[in-house]
Structure formats: C-alpha cells, structure tokens
Design a protein around this ligand. Structure first.
Ligand code: BEZ
Length: 189
C-alpha cells in the first residue's frame, strides 16, 4: 500500500552543499514544526493549490480507515500560503522519514510576506503515489476526516489546527475552510 520515498528524496541532493535551505510548509508543518530551524517566515508559493487529497494510514488514520491530509495540486494562478523554515540540509533526513509515505521533495520559488524571495523545497504527494485518494466533495472529505485517527492523533484536529493557523497568517483557503465548516457541524467521531 505504501511507496517508500526516502531513497528518491535522498537522490534530490542539489542543496546538500548549502549550509541552510528554505523549506516551505503548507500543511502540518505550519502548526507543528517538530524539527530544529534557524528562522521561520510567513510565505507563499505560486501555481499550487492545497487539497485534502492524500490518504494517511500511518499518521492520521489506519490502513482500515485512512485519514486525509494535505497535498498540493498544480493550479495556474493559485497562491498557496504557508510557513517557510530555514533549516540545515541534515533536517531533511528526519522529514524524509516522517513523510516517507508518498511525499516527494521538489524545488520552488518561495515568496516571503515581508518581501524577497528564495529558491527552496517543499513536499508534495502526487497522484501517482499509492496512498493518493484524490478529489471528493468537501462534505465527504469532512466525514472521512471526522472518523479517522492514527498514531499522530485525530485527523479532525489536523484540519482544525491548520484552518486556525491559516487564519492567523491572514490567509484564505476556500477548500480548507469549507471542510472546517462541515467538521464544526459534526460531533467528533
Ligand atoms: C507540509 O506541511 O508542508 C507537509 C507536511 C507533511 C508532509 C508534507 C508536507
């Protein structure tokens, strides 16, 4: 069921000789940075849209009842808000392991909300990974999220924490806020 992406990500070594690298987080990395970082700055990337289309059977769900977590889908003109972290390249070994289930590292231009831009990296779960669930009505996504929990906690908390963190950043995300709206109308599963 899982595609182990550790080896693929380790072959993405173009920043290995840098002292530090910018990592753009758009999902749990916004509200749960459980790794050492040098600096963090609110930021956005272009032409990607955040979607709860990736299945999670190892963090926020189980193989029997997978949860849904965020990935990005290409979307011309879209602006995806998040948090950028300046980290040492060694930190990627930890993140590659944590996100081994389908997430690949890609490079992108990162635009800081206080000005300036830098090339950096982000993780994406593409539709060709085994855990990908894809599009569904936001109400159905909310029902699935409400019922799921795994070793990293309740899937519902993941989404609600993300929605809160996006609001604190002053960011609007219609997809996330629609799922949040449905979830808040449901008793926790
Ligand atoms: C993120 O927040 O950017 C993220 C978190 C987990 C896996 C991939 C990306």
């Amino acid at each position: 069921m899982s595609t182990n992406t550790i080896a693929i990500n380790q072959s993405m070594d173009r920043f290995n000789d840098h002292d530090s690298v910018w990592l753009f987080g758009y999902g749990s990395l916004i509200f749960k940075a459980d790794f050492p970082f040098i600096e963090k700055r609110p930021a956005h990337i272009l032409n990607w849209a955040r979607r709860f289309w990736q299945g999670s059977h190892d963090h926020r769900g189980t193989p029997e009842a997978p949860g849904r977590v965020a990935t990005l889908t290409p979307d011309a003109g879209a602006v995806c808000a998040g948090m950028a972290y300046l980290i040492s390249p060694q930190v990627f070994a930890h993140l590659d392991y944590r996100e081994k289930n389908g997430y690949l590292r890609l490079s992108t231009d990162i635009f800081f909300e206080d000005g300036g831009q830098q090339e950096g990296l982000f993780y994406i779960a593409r539709e060709d990974n085994a855990a990908f669930l894809g599009q569904a009505p936001e109400l159905d996504i909310a029902h699935q999220i409400n019922a799921a929990h795994g070793p990293s906690g309740r899937n519902r908390e993941y989404l609600l924490n993300l929605a809160t963190a996006l609001r604190e950043l002053g960011a609007h995300d219609a997809h996330v806020f629609a799922i949040e709206h449905h979830l808040l109308a449901m008793a926790p599963g």
